[in-house]
Structure formats: C-alpha cells, structure tokens
Design a protein around this ligand. Structure first.
Ligand SMILES: [Zn+2]
Length: 352
C-alpha cells in the first residue's frame, strides 16, 4: 500500500519552459566549467554505464480509440504508443530501462517496492491524443494538466507524453520518469527539494552510436540558467530553497520556475559530491521507501496527520526539517559551501 503520500505538484508545467531557453554558453564552456567545479570529486558521482539502445522488447498491438498503436513491454515498463515505427519508438523502451537503472543509482534504492507492476508510460504521436487521455487520467485536475504545452507529465504514477522530437521527448521522459519511479518506490513523499532535485539530476544524458549514458552533469540548460540567475542576483539561499514548492516558485516568478530547477540541479550535484551528504540523501530515500520519515524527524503522529492534509504546510515544515536531519543541520555552513560550489560550477568563482 502506498496510501499516505502527500500530493506533489507536478512540475511538468514549469519544467518544460525551462528546457527551451538554452542560449549563450557553448557546450565547450560547460564541459570546461564542470571539469573545474568537479575537479577531484568526479569519482564520487560518476556517469552511469553506457546502455545499448538495442533492448529486447515484447510488442503487442494496442489501440487508442480508433488509432492503431503498440504496447511495448520491457522488464520494468509497459509503453503504450501511437508513434509510427521509427527511431523514436524504437529507442524509447531501451531509454526508459537505462533511465530506470539511473534512478536506482541516484536514489540508492535497490528497486521499486511493487516489483510486479510494470510502470505505465503513454507516448502519443500528437497532442490531441495526449489531451484525450489526460482528461481521463487526471479527472478534475485536467484543466491544470491540459495547460502543459510541451511534452507531458507524470500523474499518480502514470507518465503521459506526446512526441515533441526525439531529444525533447526523451529529456521530458527522463525527468518525469523519476517522479514515476519515486511514486512506485516510496511509501512517503520526499520533500520537494529532494524529489525535484533528483528529477533534475535525472535529465542529463548522452546518446551516440547506439548507446545511451546518463550523467547529471550533462545539462546545458540548467547550467545556463544557473549562470543567469547568479549574474542577475536571483540566487535563493538554502534556507528558502528547501521550504519551497515548484508551484510557489512559478507564482513568484510569473514565468517558468527555471531558477528553482537550476538551483536544485546544482544543490544536488553538490550533495552528491560529498560522501557524507550523499549518504544522507540515500538515507532519506531509504526512509521514504520504508515510510519512516516521520519517526526519523520525530514528528508526532497527530502533527504528521495534519501535515499530510496540507500540502503547503508539508513543504514548509518537512522540507527544512528533513534537510537539517539528513543533509546538514548547520544551514549557514552548507549555504557557504553550496554557493561557492554553484559559482565554480557556473564558471563564476567568487572574487575575494
Ligand atoms: Zn519535476
């Protein structure tokens, strides 16, 4: 049973807008900058192994209304698609299986708890088909999800995408797939900073010569946004970041929420580069999987019950408490290290 999960605001609305803004810095700059920032620490968060895009798939006929399609089954996924046969349809099952391996590596979990459930992914050829299923899947929440303009979302453990080009579709799938994995692998929700942070860590990948390799550092869009927010002094301190929701950020910025994700990207890279912090993050994931976060944070059952009924209160209370317990109780010390790490990552070291 996975009944007591707090509703996490899906980030699809804000995440996608963030992806479209890759501009100034070149990939070469990114590699050089990341190399400098992660110098000597890269071995603590290596890129995952390369996985072949040639993955054994069981294919059956499937229809959506009167549209013919296929159900593609792999070890961990059922992918329902109306995409015609071609590279994109062919790559999706192997890509999701490689992403699944990456989710296990990023969370430190050994597998999703409900091993008998294959994770459902819908990949439609066009937005019209996507919208038709979205109305069914999200019910009363449909008006919100129908605002998604580019790619798709994960809702209560189901991923629903439409094809926006191979790279874009896979980028969305790798991020939203982490939310789906966590939905099925945990009994309690992670705090937003950890959930969205892990989803953003899942985005980076390289695909070439029939292989895919995930590497959280390979994320030009987040890096570019990080630079811009540092240049324009829009940096949010840790204390604020760990108590924020994605929705709050959107309302605040009126735009995309891109800053929130760029900061979480750099924060989780920093956490994963430090063995003690990285172990704290893994322990948080283990406790979420076991459903023991309440006990770990010493929150009484009645108070926990109240938090479960109020998503905003959950974000504001559990976010900072979990950060202090699992990562660092000295937020000022963490903030100094985090800011220095982010500036170095953005190739903008602090001038003393
Ligand atoms: Zn997300």
């Amino acid at each position: 049973m996975f009944g007591r999960r707090i509703g996490v605001v899906c980030c699809g609305l804000v995440f996608l807008a963030a992806l479209s803004g890759c501009t100034d810095p070149s990939p070469g700059e990114l590699v050089a900058s990341l190399g400098a920032a992660l110098n000597g620490r890269a071995d603590t968060q290596p890129a995952g192994p390369a996985a072949s895009l040639n993955y054994p798939v069981r294919s059956k006929a499937w229809t959506f209304g009167n549209v013919g399609g296929a159900k593609l089954s792999t070890e961990n996924y059922n992918i329902f698609t109306t995409l015609p046969t071609g590279t994109a349809r062919q790559n999706m099952p192997a890509f999701m299986e490689a992403a699944h391996e990456n989710y296990l590596a990023l969370t430190g979990l050994t597998n999703q708890a409900d091993l008998n459930t294959k994770l459902p992914v819908y990949l439609f050829a066009d937005r019209g088909q996507w919208a038709a299923l979205t109305e069914k899947v999200t019910g009363p929440a449909a008006p919100i999800y129908l605002k998604v303009q580019n790619g798709g979302y994960c809702y209560e453990g189901k991923c629903v995408f439409w094809y926006i080009g191979t790279r874009g579709t896979l980028s969305v799938a790798s991020h939203e797939g982490m939310h789906q994995f966590l939905h099925h692998a945990t009994r309690q929700s992670l705090p937003i900073w950890a959930e969205e942070g892990l989803a953003v860590q899942s985005e980076g990948f390289q695909m070439r010569e029939g292989l895919v390799r995930f590497d959280a550092r390979e994320n030009h869009s987040r890096w570019s946004t990080l630079r811009k927010l540092l240049m324009t002094d829009r940096w949010r301190p840790t204390r604020q970041l760990v108590a924020m929701s994605a929705a709050e950020n959107v309302e605040e910025s009126g735009l995309t929420g891109a800053d929130f994700y760029a900061q979480l990207w750099s924060m989780l890279l920093m956490i994963r580069s430090d063995p003690q912090y990285a172990e704290g993050l893994r322990q948080l994931c283990r406790d979420a999987a076991a459903g023991t976060i309440r006990e770990a944070l010493e929150i009484s059952p009645p108070a926990w019950g109240r938090l479960q009924r109020n998503a905003q209160a959950y974000v504001e209370v559990v976010g900072p408490k979990a950060f202090a317990h699992y990562i660092d109780a000295d937020t000022d010390r963490f903030e100094a290290r985090y800011r220095a790490f982010a500036r170095e990552l953005a190739n903008m070291p602090e001038v003393n």
